[in-house]
Design a binder for this molecule. Structure first.
Ligand code: C2E
Ligand code: CA
Ligand code: CA
Length: 831
């Protein structure tokens, strides 16, 4: 910018005289040059047009214009404006015959630099010309400033030393909506939004006083009432004596930027899909909540939520449905919280909540229940009803040992895994004491991945046999982990950790591939039985399951696909039955067969049975295990067998641990079995030897299948065993409530009574059973009385007698059964 000190006059300034009176023009010329002939270069023009020609065509560059206001092509005050338009930034001095104060003022207002009457003498003329040039140069500074002022994009506001507005620019009006004359002589406080307290302005004034300027962001209010953000710089302007003259405020409207920032913040802190806070914001809130809980001596809970079965939904119905499900469940879970609590989405189907201000841990329980409930409701999307549930882990703060926010979240995560392991759709509270003792008991994803790469997994094989014929019908592959430190680990330790994780697919494919390799080895050795592998519902419902299976089969061209059987696990996690059914059909066309695993435990077993093309049902081992002395389990088992017959499916019983299990299953018509009573799962290399030596128990071969009419005897036997078991458990103290010992309350007695008939009166076995039963009741009463009176003396002896009586009764029940069925009694074995 120009500095006044630098201003100097050119050695011979160029003067352009615009005067139509030739005499006057010459006179002016003479006056300019009379004393110093070379002091000015003078050009004469008789009209504006002639002047324009000189400038534009002949290239004359005047430093000043001397202008007569009465020209042939322009007269009056407007001539000044026209003349100034001839060339930019050159001072115009008006020459006129009329010495009139108001005309002079008008001329100056119109932009003339000076005003001279024609009768001025030479020296006055020369002086005026020189002054005009110098003044014009000096004012360039101010003109520039004023241009900046007027055209700046920033709003500018100038106040006097008392803070009263004396000028504003156009941008001020554009931004604030106030016209210049609406704010002149007023205080800038008319722009206040009320967003800042007195303290804010105090700091501003202090900075202005001390540092001479203030810079910051401030919320103001436009004339239309709208609040906006401006970036404002205020400077103090002092005069030569250091006295404050003005304050100048320069500001720009940053509302849009602020909005943009807000959106960025939204993106940075919120999950785009569910609109819940994300991990970053959660961490922020958790830190705050932790500090607050210490201040207020309240507890807080960190809740880790993972949806059960979400991946399956995603895979079967596509991401869009999965997303919609997440949105719906997220919204419901949010409603389940109290005011002030936060729920965030951590990613995928994982969420975390922070519950603040808890008086004790118990006060968090209703919220946890509500969260479980929120997830455990079908979400309807068109005709689909998608259903997931939640596994929830909780940890509380503060704890005995100091913990940070990350640890809290990890603890809750760990507890969530416990909830999954315990069967999902539940919450589990992190136990800090327990954690210290079992830290690291669950293998992490990374360890499992490493184990897969290091080939630490192995398949064990458990034979499946026909108990009656002794034929080996196949083997089931069961995965094990040869852990370098912890030894052989069962799947319950690691499969739940990778469930719903892509790693489960990788491991699943490893299982299929290993089983196919094993088939080849055995087939080469002359062993020809199928291998069944367990397939999780998650894996089965992958869109590319069939393609991958074809690929894996292709790797083993020598193996007939018929040698591979797939056991479908967790049938309750099958989402779209018709889709799964189609897939199974396609696999069957490849030659594979299917078994439904753990049959009877899923709530919709019957639906699966009807709709899924599987040839084999595996009765869940829990029913088999207890069928000998739990009439309810026996009833379920019998029901499943009935279903299988009705639907013409084969049945295999899992968990056959004893010869007696086998007997009963055979009597009920179930010949295929698997269980520790036959063989435990073993490494592949042991299978050939086992095949050589294994023989079924002799009684199995001759065990009859009982007709419907014989069933009541079987049920009565189980009732009886169950009752004896109750007595024994009570005596051993493992069961709290004493069993019914009086004959009139006994269901077995009721059965005996119902069997009374003229034929039975002569039946030796039946008579025996009646007698034995009475003796048992007497003995049981004695035993219970002894227990009540704490007479421990002959306990062991009495118990032995009880069990002996039981076995005798069972033996007689058996002969009764065989008699009814018309089969010769085999005295060698129990039921
Ligand atoms: P499952 O498919 O029901 O397998 C039977 C489980 O019962 C096996 O446990 C087996 O060792 C055990 N078992 C067999 N006979 C008896 C018995 O007489 N009494 C008792 N108490 N248990 C018996 P394991 O090997 O620990 O496997 C547990 C579960 O892990 C399996 O249950 C299956 O659901 C899953 N699993 C095992 N291997 C794989 C695999 O390769 N892939 C997948 N996805 N799941 C697998
Ligand atoms: Ca299985
Ligand atoms: Ca099973």
């Amino acid at each position: 910018m120009l500095q006044t000190s630098q201003i100097s006059l050119k050695s011979c300034p160029v003067v352009l005289v615009i005067e139509d009176e030739p005499g006057d023009a010459q006179l002016i010329r003479l006056q300019l040059l009379e004393r110093e002939p070379g002091a000015f270069v003078v050009h004469l023009a008789g009209s504006l047009e002639a002047a324009k020609n000189l400038i534009n065509v002949q290239g004359v560059r005047p430093d000043v214009l001397l202008l007569d206001l009465n020209l042939p092509d322009s007269t009056g005050i407007a001539t000044i404006e026209r003349c100034r338009n001839l060339i930019d930034d050159v001072p115009v001095v008006v020459l006129t015959g009329l010495d009139d104060a108001s005309a002079m003022k008008t001329a100056i207002q119109s932009g003339a630099e000076d005003y001279l009457t024609k009768d001025s003498d030479g020296s006055a003329l020369r002086k005026a010309v020189r002054y005009a040039i110098l003044r014009h140069l000096r004012d360039a500074d101010a003109r520039l400033a004023s241009t900046v002022f007027m055209h700046a994009r920033e709003g500018i506001l100038v106040t006097d030393a008392d803070g009263i507005i004396i000028d504003v620019n156009d941008a001020f009006t554009r931004i604030t909506g106030y016209q210049r004359d609406e704010v002149i002589q007023r205080s800038p406080s008319l722009l206040k939004s009320g967003h800042h307290g007195a303290e804010f302005y105090e700091v501003m004034w202090r900075d202005l006083a001390e540092q001479g300027h203030w810079f910051g962001e401030i919320w103001n209010r436009r004339k239309n009432g709208e609040v906006y953000a401006e970036m404002l710089t205020i400077s103090t302007v002092r005069d030569g004596r250091d006295k404050i003259r003005h304050y100048v405020g320069l500001f720009s409207d940053v509302t849009l930027q602020k909005e943009h920032e807000r959106q960025l913040e939204l993106i940075a802190h919120y999950d785009a899909l569910t609109k819940l806070p994300n991990r970053v914001l959660l961490s922020d809130r958790l830190h705050q909540a932790m500090a607050q809980s210490l201040r207020r001596s309240q507890l807080l809970a960190v809740v880790y939520i993972d949806l059960d079965g979400f991946k399956a939904v995603n895979d079967s119905y596509g991401h869009e449905s999965g997303d919609q499900l997440l949105v719906a469940v997220a919204a419901r879970m949010k409603l389940a919280l109290r005011e002030g609590d936060t729920i965030a989405r951590l990613g995928g189907d994982e969420f975390a909540a922070v519950l603040c201000d808890l008086a004790d841990t118990a006060s968090s329980l209703p919220v946890l229940s509500r969260l479980l409930e929120a997830a455990d409701h079908p979400v309807h999307l068109g005709s689909l009803a998608l259903h997931v549930s939640a596994s929830i882990g909780v940890s509380y703060y503060p704890q005995a040992e100091s913990v940070d926010a990350d640890q809290l979240l990890r603890q809750a995560d760990q507890a969530m895994y416990q909830a999954k392991l315990a069967g999902k759709n539940r919450y589990h509270v992190f136990d800090a004491d327990l954690d210290r003792s079992v830290r690291g008991i669950h293998e992490s994803l990374q360890h499992i991945r490493r184990a897969l790469n290091e080939n630490e997994f192995a398949l064990y094989y458990q034979p499946k046999v026909n108990m009656r014929s002794g034929a080996i019908v196949g083997v089931e592959a069961l995965i094990r982990w040869h852990h370098p430190e912890r030894g052989l680990l069962p799947p319950s330790v690691f499969l739940p950790v990778i469930e719903d994780h892509p790693l489960a697919i990788e491991l699943g494919e490893w299982v299929i591939n290993s089983a196919l390799s094993q088939l080849k080895t055995w087939q080469d050795a002359g062993l020809n039985f199928p291998i069944s592998v367990n397939i999780s519902a998650f894996h089965l419902q992958r869109a590319d399951f069939l393609d991958r299976l074809r690929y894996l089969l292709g790797l083993h061209p020598k193996i007939k696909p018929g040698s591979l059987e797939l056991e479908v696990l967790e049938t309750s996690a099958l989402q779209d039955i018709s889709q799964v059914s189609e897939l199974m059909q396609a696999c069957r066309e490849l030659g594979l067969s299917f078994a439904l695993d753990d049959f009877g435990t899923g709530y919709s077993s019957l639906t699966y049975l009807k709709r899924l093309p599987c040839s084999l049902l595996k009765i869940d081992q829990s029913f088999v295990h207890d069928m000998l002395d739990d009439p309810d389990d026996l009833a379920i088992l019998e029901g499943v067998l009935g279903l299988a017959t009705a639907f013409r499916r084969q049945v295999i019983a899992e968990g056959v641990e004893s010869v007696e299990h086998g007997n009963l299953l055979l009597q009920l018509g179930c010949e295929l079995a698997q269980g520790y009573g036959i063989a435990k799962p073993m490494p592949a290399k042991n299978i050939p030897d086992w095949v050589q030596i294994w023989r079924p128990d002799k009684v199995w071969a001759t065990q009859p299948t009982v007709s419907r009419s014989g069933l009541p005897i079987i049920f009565a036997s189980v009732e009886f065993r169950s009752w004896v078991k109750g007595v024994v458990e009570y005596l051993n103290g493992s069961d709290v409530s004493p069993p019914q010992v009086y004959a009139q309350d006994c269901r077995f007695c009721a059965w005996l009574a119902s069997q009374e008939s003229p034929e039975m009166a002569n039946n030796v076995a039946f008579r025996d059973i009646e007698k034995l039963h009475l003796q048992i009741h007497e003995l049981a009463s004695e035993l219970l009385a002894a227990k009540r009176n704490n007479q421990a003396q002959d306990f062991a002896e009495m118990l032995r007698r009880l069990l002996k009586l039981r076995d005798k009764t069972i033996d007689q029940m058996r002969s009764l059964l065989f008699e009814t069925e018309g089969i010769a009694f085999l005295p060698s074995a129990g039921m």
